[in-house]
Structures are given as C-alpha cells and as structure tokens.
Design a protein. Structure first.
Length: 235
C-alpha cells in the first residue's frame, strides 16, 4: 500500500514538472517569435507609394494652407474701347517685361508764334526737344536735339544768331539742354513782317493752325509737363 502511494506521488510530480517545462518553453518561443518594436507612425508619409489615389488624399491636407503671392505686371497701350471689352479670362499681351524702367515722355508746345502759313515753335516730341521754323508754309527747318530730356527738371534754351544785312535774311540756331549744346542748324531765310493777322503767340499750347504738323494745335498740342518760367530776349 505504501509502495502504491509512493509511486502515485512520483508519477504526479513527474507530470507536474513536464507541464511546467512545456509552459516555460512555449513562453520562450512566444518571446522569440514576437515582432520587433516598430516606430510610431505619427506623421503620414508623402513618399512615392504604389497607390496614387492615396497620395492625392494625403496632399489634400495642405491645399487649404494660405499662401501670399505678389504679381508684378508689365505695361502696354490699349484703347478704351478694347479695355471695356475685356472679360474674365481675357489675355492682354504686354509690350514690356515686368521690372523694366518705365518711359515718361514729355510732349507738346513750349512756345509758338504764327501757324501753318508761317511761324516758329519750340516744342518737345516724344521726350526730344526741337525748334522748327516755318517759312510761309513753303519751307520748314527743324533743329532737333541729339538726346532726349532726362527725368526731372530741365532748362531749355534756343538762341538765334541773325546774319544781318537787312530784313528777311537767314541765321544760325542753337539748342541747349541745361547749358549743353544738343543741336544746331542753319535757317536760310526768315519771314519779313508779320507771320499772320490772326495767329497768336502761345505758351504751353499752339492755338489756331499748327506751326508743326507733327505736334498739332489746340488740345493736341498742349504741353504735358510743367513750365514754371519762360523768358524771351529780343536782341
């Protein structure tokens, strides 16, 4: 009886040890087979994946970020009629690239006397000063500056040196910008007596008929700059 009990306890102990060894082995195997720890996927990847649709969904999250954009335009000339016809999506071709210096051109009559059938005029055309003498509407002499006016204030001076020897003779004309000689020319003959019975001497505009056809008269000839002072010396 005692032997049976001893054998029973021995068998139970061996079974218990076997079960414990098996559990320990399984636990060790579970630890060995467990995957390595992976970094937390906090931020989405924008790399090139195999799913284009998924990438577009990821890009959607930045579409609403405000971005400040500054656009610098060029310049061109356009009529008011064409300007009023512009609509959304219209394309306007520019004459100059953005960032190029802008041309500021002075135009118009500084002083003029007479008209189409005789007279003289000191004027500026597209930024270039000039003096024209119109002899009876038959012969016109132009003395034009070799350089345009610079931006800002300028002093123009025209001097006429008469040949003498009686009325109607010619002479030499010289044009200056800020005391620099920029043009000179010969006027072969001058008009004797009056230029006209109804034409006037005008400052900043040429009223009546034009002395210089390219400048015109009335509103077209109005000087678009500023004339703070004008002096005429008769010698």
């Amino acid at each position: 009886m005692a032997d049976d009990m001893e054998n029973s306890e021995s068998t139970a102990t061996e079974e218990q040890i076997s079960e414990d060894d098996w559990a320990a082995a399984m636990a060790e195997q579970a630890i060995t087979d467990a995957p390595a720890a992976q970094p937390a996927d906090i931020f989405p990847s924008f790399g090139g994946g195999s799913n284009p649709g998924g990438m577009m969904n990821e890009l959607d999250m930045i579409l609403d970020i405000p971005v400040q954009i500054t656009v610098e335009l060029g310049r061109t000339k356009i009529t008011i009629k064409n300007l009023l016809q512009l609509a959304h999506g219209s394309v306007v071709e520019l004459d100059a690239m953005a960032g190029e210096p802008m041309d500021v051109l002075v135009n118009g009559t500084i002083i003029a006397q007479g008209g189409r059938f005789g007279g003289w005029s000191l004027y500026v055309k597209d930024g270039v000063p000039a003096y024209d003498y119109n002899f009876l509407g038959l012969k016109r002499t132009s003395i034009t500056s070799s350089k345009p006016l610079a931006l800002g204030k300028a002093t123009l001076r025209y001097e006429f040196a008469y040949d003498g020897g009686g009325p109607g003779k010619g002479g030499s004309g010289t044009l200056y910008i800020n005391d620099e000689k920029v043009a000179e020319g010969r006027i072969p003959a001058t008009q004797f007596g009056l230029f006209s019975a109804d034409e006037t001497a005008d400052v900043g505009i040429d009223l009546g008929t034009p002395v210089v056809e390219a400048i015109g008269s009335e509103a077209k000839s109005r000087f678009n700059g500023r004339i703070p002072k004008l002096t005429v010396n008769v010698k």
